[in-house]
Design a protein around this ligand. Structure first.
Ligand code: CAA
Length: 258
């Protein structure tokens, strides 16, 4: 497995695990970390032995945002020509489902990274926010868009314009997170979710992810049409035959991802 400097990479069964590891900077997202997370995630995405990913941080911080010290001297032409932060978009284009396991601070780019994932599990210690306004900027990895879609305009405006943090309970109430668990249960719960997903038919899981994500990108009529096409396509898979035969024969399904 590739050696990384700012992340730890591990695998458990069919689950690939990426742990942000810059404890000295509360996992602030510098360029190196961005490139490493994207490279590791794409490697897992290509790996036929992997069915789902988990992205996590430390007990104190999932990630405290983009690295302020690294970016403070940035100038417009360079970041524009570089499409700086563009590589994060690749995370949103992964085929396989990604579970974010968030404890502590998930601020700015940290909150945006969590929102790029598909299932967001929060420890009761998690704190979410888009505090960019306090730095004289706005979010740059989709925060103003994905937060608004997740929690609605009223709450998104409140959080983005004041830069305040919201705790896990408010985040769950607002629809930002999938589940809140006690901090010590965070990783076991996230792994259990990822293992459950990874045991499903991979084509079905990828179709499911694509179809749910389509709901954010198109009209209802187009989204339903898209879902119908994928639903029909599922009948071309061996896993559909196996899943339905297993139900009829009252036994667990053994999917082959074919
Ligand atoms: N960038 C760089 N370094 C950071 C950082 C960041 N985003 N967040 C924390 N650190 C560093 C601190 O500078 C400090 O380093 P030193 O020990 O060398 O001084 C170390 O991590 C520990 O941080 P604190 O001492 O500040 O820890 P704390 O517990 O007192 O406070 C905190 C925690 C409230 C999260 C505070 O660190 C903080 O406010 N961080 C910045 C949060 C932020 O503004 N994030 C948004 C960044 S902009 C962005 O993300 C843009 C985008 O959309 C892409």
């Amino acid at each position: 497995m590739t050696e990384y400097e700012t992340i730890l990479v591990d695998r458990k069964g069919r689950v690939g695990i990426i742990t942000l590891n810059r404890p000295e900077a509360l996992n602030a997202l510098n360029t190196r970390l961005m490139n490493e997370v994207v490279a590791a995630a794409k490697e897992f995405d290509r790996d036929p032995g992997i069915g789902a990913l988990v992205v996590t941080g430390s007990a104190k911080a999932f990630a405290a945002g983009a690295d302020i010290k690294e970016m403070q001297d940035n100038r417009f032409p360079a970041v524009y020509l570089d499409d700086w932060l563009g590589p994060w978009d690749e995370l949103g284009r992964l085929r396989k489902p990604v579970v974010a396991a968030v404890a502590g601070y998930a601020l700015g780019g940290g909150c945006e990274l969590a929102m790029l994932c598909d299932v967001l599990i929060a420890a009761d210690t998690a704190k979410f926010g888009q505090p960019e306004i306090k730095l004289g900027v706005i979010p740059g990895i989709g925060g103003s868009q994905r937060l608004t879609r997740a929690v609605g305009k009223a709450k998104a405006m409140d959080l983005c314009l004041t830069g305040r943090m919201m705790d896990a309970e408010e985040a769950e109430r607002s629809g930002l997170v999938s589940r809140v668990v006690p901090a010590e249960q965070l990783l076991p719960e996230a792994l259990a979710v990822a293992e459950t997903v990874a045991a499903m038919s991979l084509p079905a899981a990828v179709m499911m992810k694509e179809s749910v994500n389509r709901a954010f990108e198109t009209t209802l009529a187009e989204g339903v049409r898209f879902e119908r096409r994928l639903f029909h396509a599922a009948f071309a898979t061996a896993d559909q035959k196996e899943g339905m035969a297993a139900f009829a024969e009252k036994r667990p399904a053994a999917f082959t991802n074919g």
